[in-house]
Write a protein that binds this ligand. Sequence first.
Ligand code: FAD
Length: 507
Amino acid sequence: MHYDVIVVGAGAAGAVAATRISEDPMRSVLLLEAGPHYPTASQMPADLLNGNDNSYFAHDWGYEATANVAGRVVPLPAGQVVGGSSAVNTAIALRGVPEDYDEWAALGNDEWSWEKVLPYFRRLENDLDFDDEFHGRDGPIPIRRHREEELAPVQAAFLRAMRALGYEEAADNNHPQSTGLGLHPMNKIEGRRMSVAICYVEPARKRPNFTIKGDCRVRRIIFDGERATGLEVEAGAGTETITGDRIVISSGAIGTPAILMRSGVGPADHLRELHIDVVRDLPGVGENLDDHPMLGVTFIAKQGMLERSDPVVQVTYRYTSSGGEERNDMQLMPVSQIPTRSGSLLFAIGAVIYRQKTRGRLTLKSADPRVAPHIDERFLEADEDVRRLVEGVRMALDVGSHPEFDELADGVRSPDTAVVLDDEALAEWCKRVASSGFHPSCTAKMAPAGDPMGVVDQHLRVRGFDNLFVADASVMPRCPRANIHLTSVMIGERAGEWLREGPSTTQ
Ligand SMILES: Cc1cc2nc3c(=O)[nH]c(=O)nc-3n(C[C@H](O)[C@H](O)[C@H](O)COP(=O)(O)OP(=O)(O)OC[C@H]3O[C@@H](n4cnc5c(N)ncnc54)[C@H](O)[C@@H]3O)c2cc1C
C-alpha cells in the first residue's frame, strides 16, 4: 500500500499532525503506532481514561535512563499506544513563557517566535475558564482549572500554606506574564484525561483518506539515495514494507533519534561502530537531550488522611530562583499520594528545575530495534542546577512544616534531618536522587544550516532530504519552561498545517 503521507508515532505531535493533514480529503494519510489503537474512548482501558493519575505500566515503553555521573538508573516512562504520552500523562496543560519560543526564533528559527506560535496554542484548545486574546475557545482539547473545593487534601494544604507564607498568586498560569501560585490548567474533564487520542484521532478516524494502524513498530526508514521511500514495519509476526511520498517521524524524543540512527541518519562514527550503513552523517541526532530534573521531599501521611484516588497534581508554584537570570526557572509542586510497598501512602512536595544548565545524550546500544537506546541524562552536573534544587528543597521543607500540613503529615520521610542540617550533604543528596520530570526533548533539534548540530530545518525537514520530516518533542531546540505536552501538540498543529497545505519552499 502506498500513501501520500505516513506519520510514525501517534503521540501528542504525530496524532495531531496526521489528523490535521487528513483534513485534505485528497491526501491519503497513514498513522502508524507501535502500541494498540482503541478507536473510541468507550473502548479504552481505565488507565488511559483516569486523568487523576499517570499510567506507568500498561501502555509504556519501559525505558530507563542513567540519571547522573554515579550511574543511577531511573525509569523514564513514555506512552506506547495511540495517544502516546498524551494518553498516559498527568494532564497538566501548561504553555511555556513567551521567552522560550522567542529563544527558538533567536537561535535561527524565526517561524517559532511567541507571536508565531500563539495562534496554534489558541487553535488546539477550548479554554473553559478564559476567553481573550491569549486563549482559544474552539479547539479540540478542553482545558480547565480545578476549583478550590475540588482539591485533594495535600493540594489544598499546599495552597493554604503558600498563601499564609505570602507567596505571590497567579490567576491563570497560561497567561504569558504569569508567575506564582496557581491552580494548574489541565486537559481533564470530570477526571477523564482528554488525550489527543480522544480529542483529535477519535473524531477523525472515519475519514476515508485516514488510516490508523496500531501494533505496528517501525524498524527503520528505507531510502533510495537521499530520498525516503518507505518504512520497514513489524506488524503481527512478520515484517512488511510500506511506501509513502512523504514520511514524518513523530516517535518522541527517545523513539525518533533511535529510528533515525537505525536508518543510517546520525553521527557517522557511532553508526559505523554498530555496523549501520551511513545514509547521512548528522552529528546532532541524539545530542542536546533536555529535560526537567526533579526530586521530591517526601512526607509520611497520617493514617486515613489520603486516598490512593486523590488527583496526583492540581496546583503549582511557578517561580524564579533567587539570583536566577531567567523568569520561572523553577516550580514547586505538591504530589497528593505516593503508594509504598507496605501499602501506606506518602505525599511529596516536588522541586523541579525548568531551565537546567546541562544536556544529556542518547546513543544506540544496538542496531536491533528491540534493544532500547542508552539514555544519559547527566542531571545536576552544573553547580547552578544543584544550587537551585537545594533552594527548592529548603522551600519544600518550609512549606511542608507549615501548620496547614499538621493534619496530614507525620514527619518528613526524606531527606534525613542530618542531611538537611548540612548544606554539603543536602547538595550531595540532590545530586544522588534527582530524577526525570518526564520531559525528554530536543534530541533532533531544529536549527539553521550554520549550526552543525541541527537535525531539521525550521519547517521540520530533516537536513539533506526533501521528503523526510520530524515532528515531536525532539525538534525543540530547548525545553520550554513548562510541562511539554501542550508545546508538543502545538508542534503537531504546525507540522499538520504545513504538510496539508503542501511542502514549504524554504529549506
Ligand atoms: C507519565 C508521564 C506524565 C507526563 N505528564 C505530563 C503533563 O502532565 N503535562 C505535560 O505537559 N507533559 C507531561 N508529560 C510529557 C508529555 O506527555 C510528552 O512530553 C509529550 O507527549 C511528547 O509528545 P511527543 O509527540 O514528542 O511523544 P509521545 O507523545 O510520547 O508520542 C510518541 C509516539 O510514538 C510511538 N513510537 C515510538 N517509537 C515508535 C516506533 N518505532 N514505531 C511506531 N511508533 C513508535 C510511541 O509509542 C508514541 O505513541 C508526561 C509524560 C509522561 C510519560
